[in-house]
Design a protein around this ligand. Structure first.
Ligand code: CMC
Length: 435
C-alpha cells in the first residue's frame, strides 16, 4: 500500500516536509509549518472562487461532474425524481435516510402546520412596489421572519432548529405565492392544508373565485419533481453563503436571506430567467447561428450552459427535458422549446463548446416549463429557491453539528500599500484612483 502522504521541498530553505493526505486532500493548515524564518507567517494557498478548495466534509450530496452523476445521500437523482415527493426528498437530505410511511406523514403534517404567515409579514410584502422583483421580496420577507421568531437564534438547540426548519419549509411557498400575487395586484390566498405541499403552492398562486382549488395533477407532479431536482447541489455559491453566514451563528432566517440573495445572480439561480430572455431575444431558429457567433466572440454568454463542476450533461437537465413534454400535453407546446433544442444541438456540435465541455445545465430548460405553466420570468428563480430550501437547511444543520467548523474567515494576499503616514488635504495631489 503506498503511503498516503505528500512530500514537499521548499526550495527557499531546502527543507522537506511530509504532509498527510486524507480523502484525496491535504489540510491547508499543514502548510503553515512551511516557513522561511520563525517570524514568517507560513505558507498559504491562493484560490480565488474556491476552484480547488474543499471547505467542509459533507455526507449530503455527491456530484461526479465528469460522468454527470448526482446523488442525494447516495440515491441517484433519477430514482428520487421518479419515485419520491419533494417533502420525502427534503426529509432524506435533512435526516440522511428516506422516511417510512409513518415518518413521512408526520413530517408532511408538521410542515403543513407552518404554512401560515403572520399577518404582519403579509403587510411587509404589501409595502413593496407592484413591480418589485420577487427575489428581493422573498429575501426581505425571509429576513423579516427573524424578527417574528427571536428564539431562532438558539442555533445549537436541536429542537429549536427543527422548529425553524419546519417553519422555513412551510412558509417559503406562502411567501413566494404572496410575492407573485402582489406583483399581479391580486388578493392573497391562504394555505389550504387539505392539499399536498406543491398543490397548496399552486392553490396560493392561482386560486381565484372558486371555493376550492382543483390542481392539475400532471402540473403538480412536474413542479414537485422540479423542486426535487433543485433541492441540493453541494457547495454551490448560495450554499456556500448559507454555510458561511450560518457559521457566525446568525439565525436561520437571516442566514437563508443571504443564500437567497446569492441565488438571485444570473450566474447562479438567476440563469433560468436569463435563459428565457435570451430565447426570446433569439426569437427564431434562423437567428441561432448569428447568436452562437456572438457567444464565440465573447460578446455574450449562452445562458443555461456550462457549470463549474459538470463537464458532462447535467443529469437534472436531462430529466427536465422529459418533464417538458408531459407539461406541454396539458398546457400546449411552448414554442421556445424548439429554439432551445436547436440551440443545444448546434452548441453541442460546435468546437467552442465541445472544447470547453459546455453542456446544458439545470436552468436551460426549466424556464420554458415554468413559462408554459403560466409563470412570469421574474418568478423562475423564486421556484428554484423553494426547492433549494431543503438543501440549504440540511447543509446549515450539518455545518452547525460539525466540530471541525468555526466561523468562516478566509485569508487574503495583501498587495496594497505598506504603512504610510496621513497626508493633510492641502498637500494632496490628484492621484490615479484604484477601483
Ligand atoms: N457561454 C459561453 N462561454 C462560456 C459559458 C457560457 N455559458 N460558460 C463558460 N464559458 C466559457 C468561458 O468564457 C471560458 O472560456 P475561456 O476558457 O475561453 O476563457 C470557459 O468557458 C470556462 O468558463 P468559466 O467562466 O471559467 O467557468 P466557471 O466554472 O467559472 O463558470 C458558470 C461556470 C456556470 C458560471 C458559467 O459556465 C456561466 O456563466 N454559465 C452561464 C450562466 C449559467 O447558466 N449559470 C447556471 C449554472 S447551473 C445552476 C446554478 O448554479 O444555479
Amino acid at each position: 500500500m503506498p503511503e498516503e502522504t505528500l512530500s514537499i521541498t521548499d526550495n527557499r530553505t531546502a527543507t522537506s516536509y511530509t504532509i498527510p493526505i486524507e480523502h484525496g486532500a491535504i489540510r491547508a493548515m499543514d502548510l503553515r509549518q512551511i516557513k522561511t524564518s520563525p517570524e514568517d507567517f507560513g505558507l498559504m494557498t491562493y484560490d480565488p472562487a474556491f476552484m480547488n478548495t474543499a471547505c467542509c466534509q459533507s455526507r449530503i450530496t455527491y456530484i461526479d461532474g465528469d460522468k454527470g452523476i448526482l446523488l442525494y445521500r447516495g440515491y441517484p437523482i433519477e430514482q428520487l425524481a421518479e419515485h419520491c415527493t419533494y417533502l420525502e426528498v427534503a426529509y432524506l437530505l435533512l435526516y440522511g435516510e428516506l422516511p417510512t410511511a409513518a415518518q413521512l406523514e408526520e413530517w408532511a403534517q408538521a410542515i403543513t402546520h407552518h404554512t401560515m404567515l403572520h399577518e404582519n409579514t403579509k403587510r411587509i410584502i404589501e409595502a413593496f412596489r407592484h413591480d418589485a422583483h420577487p427575489m428581493g421580496v422573498l429575501a426581505s420577507a425571509v429576513a423579516a421572519l427573524s424578527t417574528f421568531y427571536p428564539e431562532a437564534k438558539n442555533v445549537h438547540d436541536p429542537a429549536v432548529r427543527r422548529l425553524q426548519i419546519l417553519r422555513l419549509l412551510g412558509k417559503i411557498p406562502t411567501i413566494a405565492a404572496y410575492a407573485y400575487r402582489h406583483s399581479l395586484g391580486y388578493p392573497y390566498v391562504y394555505p389550504d392544508n387539505d392539499l399536498s405541499y406543491t398543490e397548496n403552492f399552486m392553490n396560493m398562486l392561482w386560486r381565484m373565485a372558486e371555493p376550492k382549488f382543483q390542481p392539475n395533477r400532471t402540473l403538480a407532479r412536474a413542479l414537485d419533481v422540479l423542486f426535487i431536482l433543485h433541492a441540493d447541489h453541494e457547495q454551490n455559491c448560495s450554499t456556500n453563503a448559507m454555510r458561511s453566514i450560518g457559521s457566525s451563528l446568525a439565525d436561520p432566517y437571516l442566514t437563508m436571506a443571504g443564500a437567497i440573495a446569492a441565488l438571485s445572480g444570473p450566474l447562479h439561480g438567476g440563469a433560468n430567467e436569463a435563459v428565457l430572455r435570451m430565447l426570446n431575444e433569439i426569437g427564431s431558429k434562423d437567428n441561432i447561428p448569428a447568436f452562437i457567433k456572438k457567444v464565440k466572440a465573447g460578446e455574450c454568454k449562452l445562458m443555461g450552459f456550462g457549470h463549474r463542476v459538470y463537464k458532462n450533461y447535467d443529469p437534472r437537465a436531462r430529466i427536465i427535458k422529459q418533464i417538458a413534454e408531459e407539461v406541454f400535453e396539458v398546457t400546449g407546446r411552448n414554442p421556445l422549446i424548439d429554439i432551445a433544442r436547436e440551440l443545444e444541438k448546434i452548441a453541442l456540435e460546435d468546437e467552442y463548446f465541445v472544447k470547453r465541455k459546455l453542456y446544458p445545465n439545470v436552468d436551460f430548460y426549466s424556464g420554458i416549463i415554468y413559462q408554459a405553466m403560466g409563470f412570469r420570468p421574474e418568478m423562475f428563480t423564486v421556484l428554484f429557491a423553494i426547492g433549494r430550501t431543503a438543501g440549504w437547511l440540511a447543509q446549515w444543520q450539518e455545518m452547525l453539528e460539525d466540530p471541525a467548523q468555526k466561523i468562516a474567515r478566509p485569508r487574503q494576499l495583501y498587495l496594497g500599500h505598506a504603512r504610510r503616514d496621513f497626508v493633510p488635504m492641502e498637500q494632496r495631489a490628484v492621484a490615479e484612483l484604484v477601483r
